[in-house]
Design a protein. Structure first.
Length: 256
C-alpha cells in the first residue's frame, strides 16, 4: 500500500556564487539579510582573495548601517589574510597589487575611525603605497596612479589634524607637512589645495587662502557655475568672486 505521506525534497543548497548574488541584491533592500548571506558565503569560500572581497563587501554594508566597529573587524580580518598571502606572491606585479589592496583597506579603516586610531590606519596605508611606488618605479608604469593615492592619503591625514587632532600641540605643523607631501605627489590635487585653504582660514590667513580658493574654483568651472547661480555670483572680478567663495567656505563649518 502506497504511503499517503508526501515526500518533501530537501531545499537545494545555494552555491557560493548564488549566495553572493543574493547578498548583493539584498544589500539595497534588506541589509541585515544581506549580512547573513555574506556570512554564509564567507564560511563556504576557501579562496583567500575571494574571502577578502566578501569581507570588504560586508564591511561596506556595516558602514552603511553605522556599525563601524563591525566594519573595522572585517577590515582587520581582510588585512590579516592579505598579509599572510603576500608571502606567497610570485611577481612584483602581484606584490604591488597586494600592497595597493592593503592600502585601500587601511584608508577605509581610517575613514571609520577617529583621532589616533584613524591616524595609525592612514599611516599604515601610506607605508603600503610608498612600498608600492618603489615597485612601480622599477617597472616604469602605474606611478601616476600610486602618487595620486598617496596625495589623497596625506590629505586625509591633514584633514585629521584640522578636526579630531586639532588640539595636538603640533597640529598646524603636521597639517602643513602632510599637505606639502600631498602636493609633491600630485600638484594638481584640488582636495589638497582646498584643505590647504582650510588650514589658512583656520590660521586667519584669509589673504593666503584667497588664491587657493580661486584655484579650486577655476579648476571646477562647470560645477562652480552651478554654485554661482545658487549663491548669487554674477559678472565680477576674479578677486571679488574668490572673496565671496571664501566667505561661503567660512560659513560651511571651516575650522576657525
Amino acid at each position: 500500500m502506497a504511503s499517503k505521506h508526501k515526500k518533501y525534497k530537501q531545499p537545494r543548497k545555494l552555491s557560493v556564487e548564488e549566495l553572493i548574488e543574493a547578498a548583493d541584491h539584498a544589500a539595497n533592500v534588506d541589509p541585515k539579510h544581506a549580512l547573513t548571506l555574506y556570512a554564509l558565503a564567507i564560511q563556504k569560500t576557501s579562496s583567500p582573495p575571494s574571502v577578502v572581497d566578501l569581507l570588504e563587501k560586508r564591511a561596506e554594508l556595516y558602514v552603511a548601517l553605522h556599525d563601524h566597529d563591525a566594519a573595522t573587524r572585517d577590515y582587520r580580518t581582510a588585512l590579516s589574510i592579505l598579509s599572510s598571502s603576500s608571502s606567497t606572491t610570485t611577481s612584483e606585479e602581484e606584490e604591488e597589487d597586494v600592497l595597493e589592496r592593503k592600502a585601500a583597506l587601511y584608508m577605509y579603516m581610517g575613514q571609520v575611525s577617529t583621532s589616533n586610531e584613524a591616524l595609525t590606519a592612514y599611516q599604515h596605508g601610506i607605508d603600503c603605497l610608498q612600498s608600492a611606488l618603489v615597485l612601480v618605479r622599477c617597472r616604469g608604469d602605474k606611478e601616476h596612479n600610486i602618487k595620486e593615492q598617496l596625495a589623497a592619503a596625506h590629505t586625509s591625514v591633514a584633514e585629521l589634524y584640522l578636526t579630531d587632532l586639532c588640539w595636538e600641540e603640533t597640529a598646524e605643523q603636521e597639517c602643513g607637512y602632510q599637505l606639502d607631501r600631498a602636493l609633491q605627489y600630485a600638484p594638481d590635487s584640488m582636495d589638497a589645495v582646498q584643505t590647504l585653504a582650510n588650514l589658512k582660514c583656520s590660521q586667519s590667513k584669509f589673504q593666503d587662502a584667497l588664491p587657493l580658493v580661486w584655484r579650486v574654483y577655476t579648476s571646477m568651472e562647470t560645477a562652480c557655475q552651478s554654485l554661482a547661480s545658487l549663491v548669487g555670483l554674477r559678472e565680477r572680478t576674479t578677486t571679488a568672486a574668490a572673496t565671496e567663495l571664501l566667505e561661503l567656505n567660512q560659513v560651511q563649518s571651516l575650522p576657525s
